[in-house]
Ligand binder design. Sequence first.
Ligand code: IDP
Ligand code: MG
Length: 132
Amino acid sequence: MEQTLVIIKPDGLRRKLVGRIIQRFEEKNLTIREMYQGVMTEEIAQEHYAHLKDKPFFANLVAYMTSGPVVFLLLEGPDAILLVRQMLGATNVLHAVPGTIRGDFACSTTENLVHASDCQENAAIEIQRFFG
Ligand code: IDP
Ligand code: MG
């Protein structure tokens, strides 16, 4: 069993896609261990995306992530980290193929509806950050 951290980003709530996104994880038999809605502070958004702090889109990214409530999910299942990343689809909106969450719903590379941990090390850090 593996656990991973998912965030449904502010556009997911604005577009009323929370239920449809969660449904996909449930259909794939992932277990929701914990879940809550909250607003990311600028400090936490900067920490969460610290690896991107030198990118030209960093300020936009932090503004977007703090622009409204998000939903935090602690998901569990076999190979959950890689499985959920595959269900999200590629970061680049043009590379996110239909059938993935981003491929089906996202309209921009920044506003791409969902975050998920990308490796075991980051999953542990992110689960601690938002559910610790
Ligand atoms: P990921 O969310 O697929 O793991 P990361 O490279 O970790 O992708 O980037 C984090 C977030 O930053 C993305 O989900 C997206 O919201 C935003 N982002 C990444 N690359 C770009 C870009 O080239 N332009 C604008 N926003 C980007
Ligand atoms: Mg990432």
